[in-house]
Design a protein around this ligand. Structure first.
Ligand code: ADP
Length: 520
């Protein structure tokens, strides 16, 4: 293959006419033996960025991937394309393993897939050191970062090993997680410069995002699945119990659904996954254990039965819809108690305080997203650091036809109060002071009652006020700081509103209109 160019290999081996955004740029860096980082959305076409160079290198490309269950499929796919690839993991028996290792020594393969744990086995690592490795690709690299959404500390053990593989192979990290913090962390861990970091746009124009609040989730799903009976989709739930209960419910009402979670046996998981992949079950109900690396092009919808713990995971999960480029939907069913459930997970988790704090921050960001009234893709892309000038016109917020009202004055009252309280209190206290509450928690701080903002919004209910504060937080006028007792701070955007620069608008709530007319 030495005489071929990336373009001809793309066409002749992979059968594609053009590179997708970012692919060629990554490939060129890899071919130049640089250490690089490819950050592309799920379905963006990351695999080719190491599979194609693998065809051009004389030696071997080592692919480190945590996805043992998918290695066989990936390798079978490559073999079908005529790319000599193999994998070594716990599913391969001793004799076959010996054969593959012998073939590797004899240069039979261009690619070898292994799980990170395997490299930690001394004898295996010595074997790898004897192979002519040109490229090391680390798939799902975000698991290396403590700021990533699926941190696996043990994977850090493999990093020092990489430099002990002779021949100075290029290293390529690949992930769909793009927050700045993770990006910088991975750059540092893998020794990648800014110039060698390729970050492609995260926009998925074929995906319509929707957030549904205050609805019976089961009824919503039953109705949706009946209306879309000829389509295929994934429903993500937060716990194994939720998966089991929802699947049982759907099957009871005559909707055939597969299920997937880590509590099922390996064999059962395989069976359920295949039922979905081969369209025997149009729907799969799953925890986040399902989907890493799943490449089913015709997934038409992803429904979140419960709010996930962070935006990165959410983004990755919705990215599994519409990989074929045709229109698809991602629906988030929101209930405030979902957020408490996620907080509970963190509370129970093991990890340092800093780690937990970071997880709480992520839950809050996710909650803010679920409550924003701005264009949803726009919000997400801004979260990932992209500048977006236009609304999508397709998401549930863009299509929201409720009347838009100016709430600048109310916003100023809340923001002024947060400032007066020296930005040292949480949401409930801020709401209580605005309400002019006399309860003990307020009395404890005498000076609060003397503030000019005390009772400034006494005509509103406490619930109303906390919801309004949530709204201002979701849209970035306020932010929380601190883990255990998060306090409210006024952001730069909020400060502008206080100075009279910028208006705050809000959709008129239908429920509130009803409530008002009921009391009149
Ligand atoms: P990722 O790993 O980024 O989630 P994949 O590498 O699995 O994405 O690619 C997603 C899909 O896009 C696959 O079906 C792949 O064959 C296809 N694909 C990749 N590159 C191209 C291309 N240049 N043109 C057309 N299809 C492509």
């Amino acid at each position: 293959m030495q005489n071929q160019t990336p373009e001809t290999i793309l066409k002749e081996t992979f059968g594609y006419d053009q590179f997708r955004t970012g692919q060629l740029s990554v490939i060129n860096k890899v071919l130049a033996h640089k250490h690089a980082l490819a950050i592309m959305p799920t379905g963006g076409g990351k695999s080719i960025t190491y599979q194609l160079p693998a065809m051009m290198f004389e030696g071997l490309t080592l692919v480190i991937s945590p996805l043992i269950s998918l290695m066989k499929d990936q390798v079978d796919g490559l073999n079908t394309l005529g790319i000599p690839a193999t994998f070594l993991n716990s599913t391969v028996d001793g004799q076959e393993q010996a054969q593959r290792m012998s073939d590797l020594r004899h240069g039979v393969y261009k690619m070898l897939y292994v799980a990170p744990e395997r490299l930690e086995v001394k004898s295996f690592f010595s074997f790898v050191q004897q192979l002519p490795v040109d490229l090391i690709a680390i798939d799902e690299a975000h698991v290396l970062s403590q700021w990533g959404h699926d941190f696996r500390p043990s994977y850090l053990n493999i990093l020092p090993l990489l430099s002990e593989i002779p021949g100075n192979p290029a290293i390529l990290g690949l992930t769909a997680t793009a927050t700045e913090r993770v990006r910088e962390n991975l750059q540092e861990l893998l020794g990648v410069s800014d110039d060698d970091t390729v970050l492609t746009g995260f926009a998925r124009d074929n995906l319509a995002l929707k957030i549904v609040r205050n609805q019976d989730k089961r009824d919503y799903i039953a109705k949706y699945l009946r209306e879309n009976a000829d389509q295929t989709g994934i429903i993500y739930a937060a716990t194994r119990k939720q998966v089991d209960e929802l699947t049982a419910y759907l099957n009871k009402i005559g909707i055939h659904a597969a299920r997937y979670h880590a509590g099922l046996s390996e064999k059962e998981r395989q069976k359920q996954q295949e039922a979905f992949l081969y369209d025997e079950s149009p729907v799969i109900v799953a925890t986040n254990a399902f989907g890493m690396g799943i490449n089913k092009p015709n997934v038409r919808y992803v429904i979140h039965y419960s709010v996930p713990g962070n935006i990165e995971a959410y983004y990755q999960e919705i990215g599994r819809a519409g990989r074929d480029g045709l229109p698809a939907e991602a629906i988030l069913l929101y209930a405030p108690q979902d957020i408490h459930l996620q907080e509970f997970f963190v509370q129970k988790s093991e990890g340092s305080e800093a780690y937990k704090q970071n997880e709480y921050d992520k839950i809050r960001e996710m909650n803010a997203y679920a409550n924003t009234q701005t264009c949803l893709p726009r919000y997400l892309l801004q979260y990932f650091g992209e500048t977006v000038t236009q609304d999508c016109g397709r998401c549930s917020n863009c299509l929201d036809e409720r009347e838009l009202v100016d709430v600048t004055v109310d916003a100023q009252k809340v923001l002024a109060n947060v400032m007066r309280m020296n930005q040292r209190f949480g949401k409930t206290m801020v709401a209580k002071v605005l309400k002019g509450s006399n309860d003990a928690s307020v009395k404890k701080y005498e000076y609060l009652r003397d503030l000019p903002t005390f009772g400034l919004m006494k005509e509103r209910t406490l619930k109303d006020l906390t919801q309004f504060i949530d709204y201002l937080t979701a849209d970035g006028y306020l932010r929380f700081e601190g883990a255990e007792y998060p306090v409210l701070k006024v952001t730069k955007l909020g400060a502008d509103v206080l100075k009279g620069q910028g208006n705050v608008t809000k959709r008129l709530e239908k429920v509130r209109i009803l409530r008002q007319s009921a009391t009149q």
